[in-house]
Design a protein around this ligand. Sequence first.
Ligand SMILES: [Zn+2]
Length: 407
Amino acid sequence: MPQTTLNSSKSKLPMQLQLIRRVTPDNAQQYSQVFQKYHVGPDSDCPIFDGMYEFCSLYAGSSIDAARKLARGDTDIAINWSGGLHHAKKFEASGFCYVNDIVLAILHLLRYPSRVFYMHTDGRYHPRVLYIDIDLHHGDGVQEAFFSTDRVFTLSFHKYDPEHFFPGTGNYDEVGSGSGKHHCLNVPLRDGIDDPSYVSLFKSIVEPVLVAYRPTSVVIQCGADSLGCDRLGRFNLSIVAHGECIEFIRSFNIPLLILGGGGYTVKNVARCWAYETSLALQLDLPSTIPDTMPLEFRSKFGPDYELHPNLRTTVPNANTVKYLDRIRSICLDQLKWMRGAPSVEFNERYGEEWRDDDREMAIEDEFNDSNVGMEKSWEGNGTVTSRNENAFGGNPLAKGLDAIVNV
Ligand SMILES: [Zn+2]
């Protein structure tokens, strides 16, 4: 007889993950009574598909591993283009995001190495993590996870239209709560924003945040649906401008986790993330797609085969100078309310709270215990690149590997 219920007492896996592991298109009917609760299934934006659990394990495991390498000091920059699924909530999927790998990775940075740290208090961890999101959509799942803590500062640039555009959150008045108040910034944008407007706004907000918050690591979600010509997008950004935001962050030499995200014109997503990988590695790429690429892939980039095609659309820029100045002013005003960077002593109190909460929150441990074998699937994907100085503890983090790419 098929098992149709989810059992919290017999499995360590949270029930949402039990569902993701067990359900397939063939047996979906057996689990339909819990689809609404966990926001999956045919009536949601998170459909059931074959290999769903392995898909989640791979992208979430890669982000956790990338965070582990950063926290361990094995690398200055880690990249997981398969990650960045920023809409997933703790107890429900959302917007084709089933597991929030970003939250798991940040938790890892905050308390790495979780068990060893508490046994040996000299363990390295990051007291303050800055999360930046340049996807077209609001990074709601990450914001929600860290809304009430000052150990993570969330900053999202996105299209905002509460009535007509998913997820409908991310206005500038969402600023955090409790200890996290004024550690959350949202930059709501309108259709058609162009390169100069976006890059100028990005730099003029990000730099003061970096100065005020003094993060010990930065996680950036690089959703490529903010590019012009995206199938779902409404912005007019070029790949160069999108990349300029990543390069701006990289230039501060703070340990950096680069993640993917949305993007629905696949050939441009590939172009964008290839270019941004080159920025992270500080390498120059040729301006055309190399003819050494297998024809079945290269043919998708014709007829020009350019790395940087013109992505400008006819969508007018509804972000007037007056509007952008107002948004910038509101955001910078919010920063004035943020007290100085939280001290390590202050944050150890949070560490104690999280230790009590370990059983519930250590989803990554549950993943590692699963029989999917994520660990094996991502180890060894390292790419050696040039070495940078960085701001973490004033010493170079590099110990052989400086940028690790988990694709
Ligand atoms: Zn998106």
